[in-house]
Design a protein around this ligand. Structure first.
Ligand SMILES: O=C(O)CCC(=O)C(=O)O
Length: 209
């Protein structure tokens, strides 16, 4: 669906994203074969407040989590040029009773050739994991659909659904911001209270839905 950024803001947002990625401390950066992850996009500038306070995202959290919730993680993920598909996986298994709402903001258009995320609709109700049902969970699943869209769009998904990025067969990186909300009493992926900077706190305390 349409995300928190309006068309005019997209190029400034992408430039702020590239700057934040290149300025990140090496401890916050994980470089893998298919993708680069840069931790903590809560504290990298006011441009990145919009994604995690986006009204429709918080409304989805109310519907799915159904109790007080908090931000667990928010990071950059860049699917590198000429990268293979990621294995299908669920962030949380539904029978674990751990509702999670994930979100992905497209910094670039998500297309069929540059690593758009695939989802298997309905799989958040299934009791088994992709690895129980598929010999190789990096291959296509018959029920998968591609979440393609224009830069600035947001994907909001149940954390128990099977998903993963597809292969990027282009020579360009596929940039995104990704995060997750969880129950307020659950263990967060990042200790946001410990990391939050005073300038971030002063900004978000005045924001309203
Ligand atoms: O980048 C994507 O499209 C999905 C990434 C993902 O699901 C993950 O890293 O767990």
């Amino acid at each position: 669906m349409a995300g928190p950024l309006v068309q005019d803001e997209l190029s400034g947002f992408a430039a702020a994203y590239d700057l934040a990625v290149s300025a990140a401390h090496p401890d916050d950066v994980s470089i893998g074969r298919p993708s680069i992850r840069v931790n903590d996009f809560v504290n990298r500038g006011p441009e990145f407040d919009g994604p995690y306070i986006y009204g429709p995202l918080l409304a989805a959290c109310c519907n799915v989590i159904r109790q007080p919730f908090k931000l667990s993680t928010m990071h950059a993920r860049i699917v590198l040029p000429y990268s293979p598909a990621q294995a299908l996986h669920a962030d949380f298994r539904s029978q674990d009773g751990w509702p999670m709402v994930g979100f992905i903001i497209m910094v670039d258009d998500f297309q069929s050739d540059n690593g758009a995320t695939r989802f298997v609709p309905g799989s958040h109700f299934w009791p088994h994991a992709p690895t129980d049902a598929m010999q190789d969970s990096t291959t296509d699943h018959e029920g998968q659909v591609l979440a393609s869209g224009r830069a600035g769009s947001i994907i909001i998904y149940d954390g128990s659904i099977w998903h993963g990025h597809t292969a990027n067969v282009t020579g360009r990186p596929r940039r995104s911001i990704q995060g997750a909300y969880i129950r307020r009493d659950a263990q967060a992926g990042v200790d946001q209270a410990a990391r939050i900077r005073p300038d971030t706190l002063s900004r978000i305390s005045t924001l309203r839905l």
